[in-house]
Ligand binder design. Sequence first.
Ligand code: HEM
Length: 397
Amino acid sequence: MSDFTLPMTRQRPFDPPNEVAELRQQASMHRMTYADGHVGWLVTGYAEARAVLAHPGFSNRPEKMHAPIPSRLDLVGERRDRGVPRGFFLRTDAPEHTRYRKQLTGQFTVRRMKALESRITEITNACLDDMAAAGGTVDLVQAFALPIPSLVICELLGVPYEDRAQFQEDSKILVNLETKADDVLAALGRVSAYLHGLIQRKRKEPADDLLSGLIESGELDDEELTGVAFLLLVAGHETTANMLGLGTYALLTNPDQLAAMRDDPSVVDNGVEELLRYLTIIHLGPFRLATEDVEISGNLIKEGEMVGVHLPVVNRDPSRFPGGEHLDVTRPAGGHMTFGHGIHQCLGQQLARGEMRIAYPALLRRFPALRLAVTPEEVPMRSDMTIYGVHRLPVTW
Ligand code: HEM
């Protein structure tokens, strides 16, 4: 089926496109035509996805990659050579990747994540207070889903509160697949210049934040520090924000699941994993380029061929998650691949989990009568973005 091209249009808001779900029923790996005519692969099976992402015979560097869908830029990492500072290591390979990853892992300590929990609770409560004060109908994305992760990342890095508005705006520009190249470059320039200045300030006045910790370890120069900080800002904003927005939408349209998340604290941790699995907001990729011939489940991927992993469909593979097309916050959801797998597995996953474990129940308990203020069909979906979610979620209570 080498004439298969990747569909992005969904027939139902929480389900992957029918065409891809149907493919998985036929086989776990498929030939797929990329936007420039390159014939590579699409992986729809759970075991095969893990095998690809754990295999050393693939590169994550964007330079030689073929775009999966027409006339759009892939993840921000594609733009590395066009203005992203060194240190933005999202799409790199060993040994460059190993060096940055080691530095960062050393900073995402249990102690730091634990300390952030009380700040996440405060930030969440402040958003809920503002919502209660505004009353009537509010857009949950602007009032809740976006500000929480945005402020938490600022906390983590030590970015002052008053500077955050520009960051939210710029990161939105950077992850939108439709953004024009000039606008991307302008946003990159603004964020880089700001972070560079912040690093200078932290060199003089270190504090108990991740940037100061990285400076202290002395391994990275200023440009690298800027790139790393920039990556965390972008990666930490929109991902968790879309989980909070889309997750709330999913709960509002599944009232029994919502009630379990609201009323039973013992359900929350697993409920968050299930929402991550069921919604799988990274719905384009990850993609890799074979640097040698690789055999996966009897399929020969030739050197130079692209492989895309369709995470939303992989996370519903019935051999791993029976009945996985339904949201069930009590289903054992561990082992899902929403944070990827292998050496590039999400660095911020514990932070993202911490935010969701605090934010969902806090929202549902503060507003027990929370409901959509529009019909479900009127909720605008982010089908056109690298990260899936809702553009807006009008709610009332
Ligand atoms: C629900 C929220 C999130 C989701 C679904 C998510 C998903 C992912 C996925 C799928 C990857 C792997 C990409 C690949 O294999 O090419 C990844 C990597 C990464 N994520 Fe996340 N992420 C989330 C939140 C965060 C947060 C909060 C941060 C930072 C504070 C973060 C930082 C990163 C970084 C730095 C990488 C690159 C890791 C590497 O290449 O070694 N993410 N994320």
